[in-house]
Write a protein that binds this ligand. Sequence first.
Ligand SMILES: NC(=O)c1ccc[n+]([C@@H]2O[C@H](COP(=O)([O-])OP(=O)(O)OC[C@H]3O[C@@H](n4cnc5c(N)ncnc54)[C@H](O)[C@@H]3O)[C@@H](O)[C@H]2O)c1
Length: 466
Amino acid sequence: MKVSVIGTGYVGLVTATCFAYLGHDVACLDIDEKKIEGLKNGEIPIYEPNLDKLLEASKAKGKFPIFTTDPKEAISHGEVIFIAVGTPPKENGEPDLRYLEACAETIATHAQDDAIIINKSTVPVGSGNWVYMLIEHANPKLNFHVASNPEFLREGSAILDTLYPDRIVIGTEDAFAKQKLAELYKPLVEQSFEEPSYCLRPEAIACISEKEKIPFIATDITSAEMIKYSANSFLAMKISFANQVANICDLVGADIVEVMNGIGSDSRIGAKFLNAGIGWGGSCFGKDVKALIKIAEEYDYKPDLLTATCDVNYRQRNLIIKKLQEHMKILKGKRIALLGLAFKPNTDDLRDAPALDIAKALIKLGASVSVTDPIAMANCQKQNPDLAVKYEDDVYELVKNKDAVVLVTEWQDYRDLDLEKIYSSMNGHKIFLDGRNIYKPDEVAKLGFKYVGMGREAKESKPALV
Ligand SMILES: NC(=O)c1ccc[n+]([C@@H]2O[C@H](COP(=O)([O-])OP(=O)(O)OC[C@H]3O[C@@H](n4cnc5c(N)ncnc54)[C@H](O)[C@@H]3O)[C@@H](O)[C@H]2O)c1
């Protein structure tokens, strides 16, 4: 099928590459000339595991996508046109829809008759109909179809999530669009494509029998838009729940990891997304929960659970500062090392990254802050030229003479640290603040560190029971 993708960010580029790998003829449009120039030469502008290999594989099959900044070339190409532009939050929490609006106008000018316009960007409920109206208004002669196809991929495992999704959701009241999209997604639904050897299906999928398919959920456009917001809000809420319970664990001396293991094994609850810590960040959770709050408020409904989900999350970042203050009292002049900048492992994305807020708060209090990250340092330097931190490639160099080390992002590299070596090169307070509860408190404390967890502590430091 001839597929156009507008926007070559995390979602657009992954979607385009996967469709090309599946054998479709793909054309990608972006307004960022530098990005497109690089992509033409196979240079990937983001860090996403296996994306380079999959693009290479598409090239080998003669399906390397067209990358262009020419709207006519990209849009007139598509029988199906995916919109995957950003919908970043405005100051008031509403998503900024100006990129979507620009897309609608360009599509109206260049789309072929009977094109199916599919929105993959996360947009407020009602946007599908709004896009339809914009296109119809701009080009009344065009015959076109509209659908919503919310995206659930996670940065860091985006290729796996696209090739082996938990479900595919299509929202449209248009029978032609539904049939065409079912056809486009058939190889994924039936899992009938040739698996790339470097990108094998995750274990969970491997146990699905050959005949079982990926659920293809067809619904109306408004429900599809709601599915995306509610899925992200629910995941964010699970993490905030774990964090709220962790804070209570801190007070009563319970261990959050054991508590969440205990509740997660209940199949009604599920074990995933119950890791307490510094909380979520990234470009989606905060934006989407706030957008759903806005939608509810427009109808005079007070969505208390969603508001609390955000409040609990962002308080966790301050909690790191409070915990450091508890142990070192005054932070002015203290030397603090942060492990991890990206909002989560396996990505270079710094959008709403807790590490940035934590670093800024520490600097404001007069601490001297050093940071490291396996992938995101260059991005951080580029995007935050005024951030007064010292960058260090090597973890063991970073921790030298520091009072405290804070594990912010749970990169694999930080799961297996030589803690003895770290302890011996630190100075002063020698605090290890495990912001993601990776290490066993007693093992860290045994080395001499002052261990600080998020809802757990070393046994020796627990208050005696009365
Ligand atoms: N990143 C994720 O993990 C993720 C997951 C699911 C859904 N989403 C949603 O998908 C959408 C895209 O997210 P992203 O992270 O890929 O964004 P991004 O910022 O990485 O990429 C957006 C791209 O669109 C381009 N663009 C903007 N206006 C354009 C226009 N008029 N024509 C052509 N290109 C244009 C930008 O230059 C940029 O390259 C958002 O709505 C987001 O909420 C993101």
